[in-house]
Write a protein that binds this ligand. Sequence first.
Ligand code: PGA
Length: 247
Amino acid sequence: MRYFIGNWKMFGVPKSINILNKINSFYLKDKHQKKYRVFITPPYTLLESYAKYFKKKKILIGSQNCYQKDIFSSNTAAISPYMIKSVGAKFTLVGHSDNRSEGDTDLMLKNKVSLALRNNLKVVYCIGENKIDKKNNKTFSVLKKQLSRVLDRKLNKKNIIIAYEPVWSIGTGKIPTKTELNKTIIYIKKVLKGIFKKKNISVLYGGSVDGNTVGVFKEIKEIDGFLIGGASKSSKKFIDIIKNYYR
Ligand code: PGA
């Protein structure tokens, strides 16, 4: 199974649902539809209405983040995994570099992952090295820490997806080389096997994925799908990624 996950970030108002309707229509007619799934993360403000609208359709609606405490608390503006689940969302991203750079620590991320899973949400856990880590040849050690400090064997691995997103690639148009990326994805899968003693956790790539760059990525068979930022805000650009991937 492949995943095409759109991360809308701070984008979207109620009528933006048109974008998803177009993606859904494409999906329904696509002869490759059995090979992949489409997930989208609208902002919190649209979570309930979109989740209801797409309940019986093929697009899965999820959240961009969740809080590290569950049920209800006195933290202003916080949204718990329980609250996310209660409006019909099916998954959440955790650990996106935008949130790590705003202060998410490993302990916070560990809580988020386990609470989201406990609420039966799928978790798309994001990891990735920054430009300095890369320059200092620290990519593998950074990724290993991000995985081993947050994930553990007792978690429900069936509901975990990993998104590898080099921070220096997000929104910049810069992408890793094929050799580099292939090695990194294989390394991540090796670390995951060490943690979970299982081989089959999906690992996605994210960072400047569009209709052109996907041509490079599709040659790397170990990549199980994509986390797509900028290009997910346009139905045409998002559909182009899927079309070019299966071309
Ligand atoms: P991008 O963002 O596709 O715009 O590089 C990816 C992300 O932040 O998830």
